[in-house]
Design a protein around this ligand. Structure first.
Ligand SMILES: [Zn+2]
Length: 458
């Protein structure tokens, strides 16, 4: 009798567990379908790029972006909408120009790099020392570039996962400091770009104490051709810029509070700031739009756990990740999972879930719901998560990597071509559908990623 009762209770529990899993899967599918036909993300993206425009940290546009973020979250029905202020160094661009003086005069299209020093008033003129690879610059002995403008023209490889960028990133971020160490008075790098337009691509760099700029890819190749002729190539460079060591910056936050376990929080976000040449549509108004829309759509009826959206205020020049962690370090233990969208608006093609979680009913429901979107759940653990949640990750918060198709991203990234028209609304909606389904399944289950990482059978 007793045995029978236990068996019956176990069967009942199993039935209710699988009923819960089934309803989670049905709910996730419903959220997915709703997202595919929803215009919230597009409306948010269009609004931010049109009404605010480029959003360099420390600029008046960033103040407008803060107001825009608060208004947008409130209008969409988020709760506890607020601004978390912090200070961070902020570089801003002034007038810039460059030209080849000889052996043949040519205009050069450049964009100064973040943290670049200005040239002396009236500019500087010097012979260039050209390196076809970044390693060749590193191999140059100290002092060997005295009085020269160092130029690195290594090309970037186009890849679906964006790894071509990581492979060559130091050419921009560390190049100025390495050139300065070897005596150079200025530094030029071929843009980290996969495009062939004459638009240069901006980006951040470590301060090297010298003027530093990115060349458009055709202009980098022009210098290759001029140098190949064997005569000294002389370049004139004029750059102005300002550095505010303590600019005011903001993370803008909104929540949908959980009904059962409100102190358990899922944190998702993108970054509100951008570089200045375009309108920051793919980097990262798209991410802000995707996560804002996904959180709202996932919430539907009130979720069991709290869903929080963070519009991070200084990713490009750094600071928002550290500021967010500092403000929430006592709360990280209650953060169920963190995710960031900062790869443009290309469709999500692969998903890395937190270690050991793929067999949990909630994640099986999630995987089933996104399979029709051609988003595959891989067996690999997540690798990076995103710059703005790197602080949370370091503090032990479980995180996910949703890998977007980045084949075209670096044609546009940090250039004047980063504009709204480059976003495909259907691909944007696919991103929202994947994120919304994930947020929904986590917010309405009791999945514990920390426990699963230790014991996947939990
Ligand atoms: Zn970004």
């Amino acid at each position: 009798m007793r045995k029978l009762a236990v068996a019956a209770a176990a069967a009942l529990l199993l039935a209710s567990t699988s009923a819960a899993a089934q309803s989670l899967e049905a709910g996730a599918a419903q959220v997915r379908d709703g997202a595919l036909n929803d215009l919230t993300a597009w409306t948010v993206l269009e609004s931010l790029t049109t009404e605010v425009g480029p959003r360099l940290v420390g600029s008046p546009a960033m103040d407008r972006a803060r107001e825009w973020g608060v208004d947008t979250l409130k209008r969409l029905g988020f709760e506890n909408v607020h601004v978390e202020g912090f200070t961070t160094p902020a570089w801003s661009r002034g007038a810039e120009s460059a030209e080849v003086l000889g052996p043949v005069p040519h205009a050069l299209h450049i964009l100064g790099l973040g943290n670049s020093s200005p040239t002396p008033k009236g500019g500087l003129e010097a012979e260039i020392a050209l390196f076809p690879t970044y390693q060749a610059l590193l191999d140059a002995p100290e002092g060997s570039l005295k009085g020269k403008i160092a130029v690195v023209t290594q090309k970037m490889t186009r890849t679906q996962d964006g790894s071509g960028y990581g492979a060559i990133n130091a050419q921009r971020t560390s190049g100025p400091a390495e050139a300065a160490k070897r005596g150079a008075i200025a530094y030029l790098t071929r843009s980290l770009s996969t495009d062939d337009t004459r638009l240069p691509h901006a980006g951040g760099a470590r301060a090297g104490g010298i003027p530093a700029a990115a060349l458009s890819t055709p202009d980098a190749e022009l210098l290759d051709h001029l140098v190949a002729r064997g005569k000294p190539v002389v370049v004139r460079l004029s750059m102005a810029s300002k550095l505010n060591p303590k600019a005011q910056a903001y993370n803008v936050v909104g929540e949908i509070r959980g009904s059962e376990r409100p102190d358990e929080v899922i944190v998702v976000g993108g970054h509100l700031d951008s570089w200045d040449p375009g309108t920051g549509a793919i980097d990262d108004a798209a991410g802000v739009a995707i996560q804002t829309a996904a959180a709202k759509l996932a919430a539907g009826q009130r979720p069991k756990r709290t869903i929080r959206v963070v519009m991070f205020g200084s990713e490009e020049q750094g600071g928002s990740s550290g500021a967010y962690l500092a403000a929430h370090k006592d709360e990280t233990g209650k953060m169920v999972a963190a995710g960031e969208s900062d790869g443009g608006a290309g469709r999500i093609w692969s998903i890395n879930l937190p270690t050991g979680s793929a067999a949990h009913p909630a994640m099986k429901a999630f995987a089933a719901s996104v399979a029709p979107l051609k988003a595959i759940v891989t067996r690999s653990p997540p690798r990076e998560g995103g710059a703005d949640i790197s602080g949370l990750i370091a503090a032990g918060v479980p995180f996910v990597d949703f890998n977007q198709d980045m084949s075209r991203y670096f044609d546009l990234h940090h250039s004047a071509d980063d504009t709204l028209d480059k976003v495909d609304p259907a691909e944007l909606a696919q991103n929202v559908a994947v994120w919304a389904s994930f947020i929904f399944t986590v917010a309405n289950s009791d999945i514990d990623f920390r426990a699963l990482a230790k014991d996947p059978a939990k």
